[in-house]
Design a protein around this ligand. Structure first.
Ligand SMILES: NC(=O)c1ccc[n+]([C@@H]2O[C@H](COP(=O)([O-])OP(=O)(O)OC[C@H]3O[C@@H](n4cnc5c(N)ncnc54)[C@H](O)[C@@H]3O)[C@@H](O)[C@H]2O)c1
Length: 323
């Protein structure tokens, strides 16, 4: 069985590619290696994917012809679509870039899934689609049509497009609303990574909303276990499952200031805190209701936040030995 993984050099894409290879699946990884954050980190993630079962194509998913060629060459059965412009704040500065990668690029994926009768397309949406909804815990039925950022709006449009493609062309498509994912090899633009980096380097950390907002964080291995449960479940090709959407989070929220204190305690050092108001487009709180996913796939997060932080800090110190 061959999987296509887009965003394969990214944080989540590199993990899921590795786990699929370990289970003896063939993986075609696509990524444009953009420079939104350190490209070396993306290349280093790819070094761990060296295997005869893995082939990498440096390609932008907005290139319609090139994507059609990739789908035509391989015997791709299932697609994991993770490539996206993912910086929440960065979107409002570069709307065209976000619309191209996240909407035009997604449409290329949908079209090729339709043409090549792909058994199952699994794609990343985001908890950001819930906007400032305070209907906690947020279930898939909670209102998600008032996104606060362009990033969230592009992801919501993915969900709407996926729904009509699944309906019109009898495709099986699963959209996943990831809450905040963290762990080794994580994204340097995300709060936990930035805080660890600044605390270790004794630089001031900027804490938005005066540290009051809360986030539901899921450890990368727990997220990948959930993805694998979906991808390795046999697909009944005699009937379509249509379009399903699931939350993937931890069903627990942690306050930003508490996160900073745990990180400082684990690192055995602290740094200056610069307390700032809530930024435009930032969500105050979120908390996932993952009952639907657990009932369907029977997989629950296992890693406690403090253990996940230990593993992240260990990786950070190994990867940046001079810090
Ligand atoms: N990490 C999280 O907490 C989180 C939360 C919610 C949703 N998500 C979603 O999960 C997916 C993966 O996120 P991640 O954290 O691994 O991000 P990431 O930025 O590490 O990975 C995304 C990868 O996609 C590639 N990419 C971007 N635009 C592309 C394009 N036009 N063509 C080809 N490649 C392109 C990037 O180079 C990058 O390597 C994204 O869709 C993101 O929106 C992530």
């Amino acid at each position: 069985m061959t999987f296509l993984v887009t965003g394969a050099a990214g944080f989540i894409g590199s993990y899921i590619s590795q786990r699929l290879i370990e289970q003896n699946y063939r993986v075609i990884g696509v990524d444009n290696l953009n420079s939104y954050y350190d490209v070396q980190l993306k290349k280093d993630r790819l070094k761990y994917l060296k295997s005869s079962l893995f082939s990498f194509v440096q390609q932008d998913i907005t290139d319609t012809k090139a994507m059609a060629d990739i789908f035509s060459q391989g015997s791709i059965k299932k697609v994991v679509h993770l490539a996206a412009e993912a910086g929440v704040q960065h979107g409002s500065d570069q709307p065209e870039l976000f619309i191209n990668s996240n909407v035009v690029g997604f449409n290329n994926i949908l079209e090729n899934c339709r043409k090549h009768k792909i058994e199952h397309l699994v794609y990343a949406s985001t908890a950001a689609v819930y906007g400032d909804n305070s209907d906690f815990p947020l279930s898939e039925k909670s209102n998600s049509d008032r996104p606060l950022t362009l990033y969230a709006a592009t992801k919501k449009s993915n969900e709407v497009l996926a729904h009509s493609y699944a309906h019109l062309y009898r495709l099986t498509i699963t959209g996943l609303r990831f809450f905040t994912v963290y762990g080794p090899w994580g994204r340097p633009d995300m709060a936990l990574f930035k805080f660890v980096d600044k605390i270790i380097n004794n630089s001031p950390i900027e804490i938005h909303n005066y540290g009051n907002h809360t986030r539901d964080l899921i450890y990368i291995d727990d997220l990948v276990d959930a993805l694998l449960a979906i991808l390795t479940k046999p697909t009944d090709t005699s009937q379509t499952m249509g379009h399903q959407i699931y939350n993937l989070g931890n069903q627990k929220a942690i306050q930003l200031m508490e996160m900073v204190h745990i990180l400082e305690q684990k690192l055995g050092q602290s740094t200056a805190h610069v307390l700032l108001p809530l930024q435009s487009g930032e969500i105050k709180d979120n908390l996932a209701d993952t009952t639907a996913f657990i009932e369907r796939y029977g997989v629950k997060p296992q890693v406690q936040f403090e253990d996940g932080v230990d593993r992240f800090v260990k990786w950070y110190r190994d990867y940046y030995p001079s810090s």
